[in-house]
Each structure stands twice: as structure tokens, then as C-alpha cells.
Design a protein around this ligand. Structure first.
Ligand code: SAM
Length: 295
């Protein structure tokens, strides 16, 4: 049985990096009229209360979204790069223009930004989070069609590619509780590129002291380049030290890897990442990395 619950981590620095990137990718993909299909292989519960016991116990959002909001408020809205303004704007709108108390996870961010012609297919295996996700999706006011399944996302995606619409985004955000998740992510990417070479993918991974974590981006770069496709890779480190150390608790660094990224994404990230280092950095080890190929 898996023990990971995203409620303890919602709105942390890793979510900020992942979800700000997701918003930018979705905003670009929805510029074209054609229907878009989003597959979220590891969806989580969908919606998180930032004042819940889980969130306040871990206090990870304090060093993530709350630190970003405080930084923007201190330096003025005009100081925030476009990619981060769009992300924060989406969160504010989701909270009815008021304080950000409810934090939407990846399937709900997609549900918010998609249109009538679009659809989201979300996979979540944890029994409690699956139940919560079902309720959240049922109550969502999205214009898009929202579907879910309590199935292994690595397995479930197989029958969904290529989407009928031939326009799609795969969001792959495992908890990496199993060491095998790293190999599964790579295999899924290779298979997805084989079935749907023009689709975009957003993969998140933790930068922890496991060789698999450091090998994953290298292997992804090779696989995507071999398929003749473009990629973008960004990492955000907020402090030195391994997971569980330091004032911010939890993870110290993570990365996003985007396959077939929008051509606008690199410039947006180039502007946003130094701002995130300033806003979320906890010590002098705070840093970012941005690299891309074929875009
Ligand atoms: N993507 C979510 C977001 O950004 O809001 C957070 C997802 S969380 C990092 C990872 C989730 O994957 C957990 O809720 C876990 O229960 C679920 N999970 C783990 N293995 C899975 C699998 N093989 N298929 C589908 N879900 C899985």
C-alpha cells in the first residue's frame, strides 16, 4: 500500500515549479481551437486546503506558494514574470479573487484552463485520494469533460494514445515511492513518443540522493532526442541538503522535463526561474538550471 499523500506537500516549491510550468504549457496549447486531451497519470486528490491539518503539519506551502505570494506582495505585482503572474492569477481566480486558501492540484488546474472541446483523464490509485478526486471532479465547474479511473497511470495511458483529437498533453507526476517509478517514467515516455510523437509531456521528478533521480533527465534527453523531438529541462533548488533537512522540511530540489514544449516556454522560464530562486531560496545553495534542445 502506498503511503504518499499529496495533501502534506500541496503548494510546496516543487508544486510551484510544476504547476507554474503546467499553466504556461496549457495556456499555449489552448491558443489553438482544436480539441486538447490531457492525461494526468498520477493525479492526487485534486484539491487541497492550505489550512488543513496535513498542510499545517508539514508547513511546506509556507516555503512554496505562500513565500512566492509574500515576495510578489513585497516587490509589487509588476515585479513578477509573466509565467508566475499567470500561475498566481489562476490560483486567485480559483479562490474567487480572494486569499488563496484552496490549492488546486494538476487535474483541477487542467480542468480550470480547458475548454468545452477538451478533456482530462486522471488516474489515481490511492483509495482515499481517488475518492476525494472523484468528488472534486464531480463538483468542478469545468467546461471540459473530466474523467478518472483508479488504475495504474503507467498502464492506463497505453490505451489513450494517440488521442482522437491528435492534440494532447501527458502530465506525469509520480510520488517515486517505488524505485521502479524512474524506469516506468522513461518507458512510458518512449512508448508515448512512439504512439504520439507530436504530443507534449510534462514530467516532474525529485532531485534526491538516489542515482535513479539524477539519471532520469539524462535518459529522457537521450530518448527524446533519439525520437527527433524537442525538450526543455528546468530544475529548482531551494536549499542545500537532502530531503528532510533544513527549515523548509521535505524536498530541497526538483525538476520538470517537458517533451515537445511550446516554443515560448524557454524564454518564460528564463525569466521566472531566477525570480523563484529569489522568492523561494532558503540559503546560498538556492539555484536553478534551464536547458533545452531543438526548440
Ligand atoms: N499530480 C498531482 C498534482 O500535481 O497535484 C500530485 C500527484 S502526487 C505527487 C502522486 C500521486 O500518484 C499520489 O497521489 C499517489 O497516490 C499516486 N500514485 C502512485 N502510484 C500511482 C500509479 N501507478 N498510478 C496512478 N497513481 C499513482
Amino acid at each position: 500500500m502506498f503511503s504518499y499523500r499529496h495533501a502534506f506537500h500541496a503548494g510546496n516549491h516543487a508544486d510551484v515549479l510544476k504547476h507554474a510550468t503546467l499553466v504556461a504549457v496549457l495556456q499555449h496549447l489552448t491558443l489553438k481551437e482544436g480539441a486538447l486531451s490531457v492525461v494526468d497519470t498520477h493525479a492526487g486528490a485534486g484539491l487541497y486546503k492550505l489550512d488543513s491539518n496535513s498542510a499545517t503539519t508539514s508547513a511546506e506551502a509556507e516555503f512554496g506558494i505562500k513565500a512566492l505570494l509574500a515576495h510578489i506582495s513585497k516587490h509589487g505585482k509588476a515585479s513578477a514574470p509573466a509565467l508566475l503572474s499567470a500561475y498566481v492569477g489562476m490560483l486567485r481566480q480559483f479562490n474567487g479573487g480572494k486569499d488563496i486558501k484552496m490549492y488546486p492540484g494538476s487535474p483541477i488546474i487542467a480542468a480550470e484552463l480547458l475548454r468545452t472541446q477538451d478533456r482530462v483523464m486522471a488516474f489515481e490509485v490511492h483509495p482515499t485520494d481517488h475518492r476525494l478526486l472523484r468528488t472534486t471532479l464531480e463538483q468542478a465547474t469545468s467546461r471540459a469533460k473530466l474523467l478518472m479511473d483508479r488504475k495504474d497511470g503507467f498502464e492506463g495511458i497505453r490505451s489513450l494514445l494517440p488521442p482522437v483529437s491528435r492534440r494532447g498533453l501527458v502530465v506525469c507526476d509520480p510520488s517515486y515511492e517505488l524505485k521502479t517509478d524512474y524506469a516506468e517514467v522513461l518507458n512510458m515516455t518512449v512508448e508515448a513518443l512512439r504512439r504520439f510523437a507530436t504530443g507534449s509531456m510534462l514530467i516532474w521528478y525529485p532531485l534526491v540522493g538516489r542515482p535513479e533521480a539524477h539519471d532520469l533527465p539524462r535518459k529522457l534527453k537521450n530518448a527524446v532526442a533519439k525520437a527527433g523531438k524537442s525538450w526543455l529541462h528546468a530544475t529548482l533548488q531551494v536549499r542545500a541538503g537532502a530531503a528532510g533537512q533544513g527549515t523548509g522540511g521535505g524536498l530541497g530540489a526538483s525538476g520538470v522535463f517537458v517533451v515537445n514544449p511550446p516554443h515560448t516556454l524557454k524564454a518564460q522560464m528564463q525569466e521566472a526561474l531566477p525570480y523563484l530562486v529569489e522568492a523561494l531560496g532558503q540559503d546560498t545553495h538556492a539555484a536553478f538550471k534551464l536547458e533545452s534542445h531543438g526548440n
